[in-house]
Structures are given as structure tokens and as C-alpha cells.
Design a protein around this ligand. Structure first.
Ligand code: ATP
Length: 440
């Protein structure tokens, strides 16, 4: 995509210039697919429109390969027809009446019926019914996400911009469509913060006021933790999640989740250190968002972390990482700093925990040391087994793991390469350190 934003928008009026200009910004392969879907919509007896983030990002000149299509007929039936004729993969989401097509180029196309939504109660999931295109636009979160591009053959490229979304994109503004938007759906507060920080937009002053009012009314109390976490996870997966996380603190949203997060005065500098550590670690054998989440709850004890995970309905294996293993890593770091045996444990830690330990240290030299210990520990293998220790006259018991831990530590620090050298070390250790245990 090479066409610049100014060539699509008339600077004077903020209105789109020729529809051809927007068409020029669409990559060829996507353009062809839009045309094919448009043709199919004609055969299906309706018009089809590109919508949502895909269109917004065209105006922002930002690549977005997740295409959203809306039609005023049954979107699921339409998607099924296309899948049959083109041989594309189809996933239907019956609960939402939507479908996803996966093209042979692996492009993802969401097809939805135009719908209207209404909220029975604040923060509840909306009641959905088939609606007109204008109603479908009305249910959306922000003006910047309401622009439609007609993709049917006769009107291909025609832009519908009921809420002046193009002008708001030009003015770099995130703005809701109506005053009870955040009461209907508080997840939109997180979305507003996400879009504003991602695109370097400002949240329009009235929309900011609505956010503050909704937070003051404690609107998040009526939102399920699961829905909150889904949006939080999207934020944690942003290219730079620290910016939106700062905003979540500024709007006092994180503090609402758990009092111990509120007392986390160092949270932001900790998150910045995580960002630093991530930028230095080049492999992608871990989950960045999970590391940021760990940073977010850094000051919470085990009980508080478990409360938070329970509220967010975080799956068991992730809960183990965020609560149990995170606390273990924290304690391990203390032990390493006190020079106690801890190296064997570090060798089995997931990358998230190693990077967490590194981010816990302010000194880059100390971080480097931890990383070196980890790399060495990972490559350290113990050649001696239980039988070898029994042969030295030791009865099986807790002393075994003490011996192996000591040996592990010595191997990391020293030059013990062969099994013979290991046995020699154990003999020396037993004679010096534990004559009582040996004889008991
Ligand atoms: P991203 O670039 O982060 O994927 P997106 O705008 O594509 O963002 P999606 O979450 O894929 O967002 O949603 C697609 C469209 O559905 C949005 O552009 C918006 O119009 C609408 N939408 C999504 N979530 C909401 C919501 N909570 N309330 C109203 N409209 C929403």
C-alpha cells in the first residue's frame, strides 16, 4: 500500500475524494477477493460491504488482513455458498450468526448479517436481531469503525460514512456514537484506550468524560471478569502494551480489579523494564502478553494473584504460571542473590519466568548474570544417578536431592565434566559437609 492518506481525503473538506483512490490502496490479492465476494453478493440478491477495522486501517494506510464483510441478508448462508463454490474453508459461529471464510491464500474473511443490538442491562451481552445496514453501523463502538465500502459490482468502492468516521480518522480522534455506549458495554473503554494508544489518537474530550463517569459508577462491577480479560489480553498483545496499560492506571481501571494492583506503585517502571528485557531477548519461545500480565501483577502475593486469576477466569495452566511459578521465580531470585542453591530449579523454568526474573533486577549486569546462569543450567546434565550415590554408602532420602543440587551448583560454577569427577566431588562434599547423615 503506497497511496498516502492525503490523497484519499480532501484536506479542505475532510471528505473522501474519488472512490478510485481508496481502491488503489487495497493490495491486489485482497481487491480480487473483495470483487469475488461482491459478485457472489449480487447472485445472492443483496449488496455486500467491507466494514470495521479493515476499512479503518485502509484510511490509516495500515495493513490489515482481517476482512469484515456485512450484508443485509443471512451472512452465514452467504458464507456457506461462497465456501462451496470457491472451495474455501468455512467456520460458522452459530451463537453470533456469523461465519469466517479462510481463502486459499489464508486470508480471513468474517461475514456477518447486518444486525441491531440492544442491551437489556448495563454491561450484559446484547440481544441481537437481524437489522438494516444503518442499524448495524449504530451498534458499533467508535466513529472510526463505522465506515463502509460497498463491494458489489455496480457500486464497488462507494463509501458510506454516516458518523463522519473519516473526519475523526483525519483528526486522530476516538469518539463514541452515543452517551450510554460505555454503560451498554464497558469493554469499549478498553477498546478506546487500545485504539487511541495504537494509532497515537486522542480520545475525544466528551468520550473521556463518559469513560470517567462510567468508571466512577463502578460499571466494571457488572462486567464479567472473563469479558474484561479478553479485552485486556488484546491490549497485552499490542505492539507496545505499556502505553495502554498506563492509561488503564490513569483511569483507575486496574485498581478497580484488585486493591493490591492499586498499591503497586512500581508497576509502571516494572512494565517498562519488561519491555526493555523483551527488546534484548531475540528468540520467540515464549508468550509476550503473558510476561506483561505477570508484570502487571508483580506486587500481588499468591492469594491476591489467585483472586485475580479466578475473577478473570484464567485457565488452570496459565494460573499456575501467573501464581505458583511466578512466586517460585521471585523466591528463587532471592535465593540466588543470597547465593543459596537454586540453580537446578532455574534450568527447568519457562522463558517467561527467566525474563520476569531479569526484569526484577534493575542492574543490567545482574540481569546478564541471571541469563548466563540460566543458559548454563539449561545445558548442565548430571551423569550420576541414585545407584551411584547408594554405592557411596548413602541411604535414599532427602539427602539425595541435596547432593544433586550441590553437584549441579558445582558443575555450573566449576569444571566437573566427567562422571568420575562428579563422584569425586560428592565424596569430598560428603566428607566435608555431612558426616552425620552418612553414618545415620
Ligand atoms: P483490531 O484491529 O484490534 O482487530 P477491529 O476494529 O478489527 O480491531 P474487532 O474486535 O475485530 O476490531 O471487531 C470488528 C468490528 O466490530 C470493530 O471495528 C467494531 O466496529 C465492531 N466491534 C467490536 N467490538 C465491539 C464492541 N464491543 N462494541 C461495538 N462494536 C464492536
Amino acid at each position: 500500500m503506497t497511496t498516502s492518506f492525503s490523497s484519499i481525503i480532501n484536506i479542505e473538506t475532510g471528505r473522501p475524494q474519488l472512490k478510485d483512490n481508496i481502491i488503489k490502496t487495497i493490495p491486489k490479492n485482497i481487491l480480487n477477493i473483495l470483487k469475488e465476494i461482491g459478485k457472489a453478493s449480487e447472485q445472492f440478491g443483496c449488496q455486500a460491504y467491507a466494514a470495521g477495522g479493515f476499512v479503518r486501517d485502509l484510511f490509516l494506510n495500515t495493513p490489515n488482513f482481517d476482512i469484515d464483510i456485512v450484508i443485509e441478508k443471512n451472512g452465514m448462508e452467504f458464507a456457506k455458498k461462497i465456501a462451496e463454490t470457491k472451495g474455501w474453508k468455512l467456520k460458522t459461529h452459530k451463537k453470533f450468526g456469523t461465519a469466517t471464510l479462510i481463502t486459499s491464500d489464508n486470508l480471513k474473511i468474517d461475514i456477518a448479517s447486518a444486525r441491531s443490538e440492544y442491551y437489556k442491562a448495563p454491561a450484559a451481552l446484547p440481544q441481537v436481531k437481524a437489522g438494516l445496514l444503518s442499524e448495524d453501523v449504530m451498534r458499533r463502538d467508535f466513529t472510526i469503525n463505522t465506515i463502509l465500502i460497498n463491494i458489489s459490482p455496480k457500486n464497488f468502492g462507494e463509501i458510506t460514512d454516516i458518523y463522519s468516521g473519516i473526519k475523526d480518522i483525519k483528526n486522530k480522534t476516538v469518539k463514541v456514537l452515543h452517551d450510554i455506549s460505555f454503560i451498554d458495554d464497558p469493554t469499549r473503554i478498553l477498546r478506546a484506550i487500545k485504539f487511541a494508544t495504537r494509532f497515537n489518537f486522542t480520545i475525544d474530550p466528551h468520550t473521556q468524560k463518559l469513560i470517567k463517569e462510567a468508571v466512577d459508577k463502578n460499571i466494571f462491577a457488572s462486567l464479567s471478569g472473563k469479558r474484561f480479560f479478553t479485552e485486556l489480553e488484546y491490549i497485552l498483545k499490542e505492539k507496545d502494551p505499556v502505553l495502554p496499560l498506563i492509561k488503564l492506571f490513569e483511569y483507575k481501571i486496574m485498581q478497580n480489579i484488585h486493591a493490591d494492583i492499586a498499591s503497586n506503585a512500581g508497576a509502571l517502571s516494572f512494565l517498562n523494564r519488561i519491555k526493555e528485557v523483551i527488546s534484548l531477548y531475540k528468540k520467540n519461545d515464549y508468550s509476550e502478553w503473558a510476561l506483561y500480565f505477570i508484570g502487571l501483577i508483580n506486587n500481588c502475593g499468591k492469594e491476591a494473584s489467585e483472586d485475580i486469576c479466578r475473577y478473570f477466569q484464567i485457565p488452570h495452566n496459565q494460573k499456575i504460571l501467573f501464581c505458583d511459578l511466578r512466586i517460585e521465580a521471585k523466591n528463587l531470585l532471592k535465593n540466588i542473590e543470597k547465593n543459596k542453591t537454586a540453580y537446578r530449579k532455574i534450568s527447568v523454568f519457562k522463558t517467561e519466568l527467566i525474563l520476569y526474573m531479569m526484569a526484577s533486577l534493575k542492574s543490567p549486569v545482574k540481569r546478564e548474570e541471571i541469563f548466563k546462569i540460566y543458559k548454563k543450567a539449561k545445558n548442565t546434565k548430571i551423569l550420576t544417578n541414585g545407584n551411584d550415590i547408594i554405592k557411596l554408602g548413602i541411604k535414599p532420602g532427602p539427602i539425595f536431592s541435596e547432593i544433586i543440587n550441590r553437584l549441579f551448583e558445582a558443575k555450573i560454577k566449576g569444571d566437573i565434566k566427567t562422571k568420575k569427577k562428579e563422584i569425586d566431588y560428592i565424596k569430598k562434599y560428603l566428607s566435608e559437609e555431612t558426616p552425620i547423615i552418612k553414618n545415620s
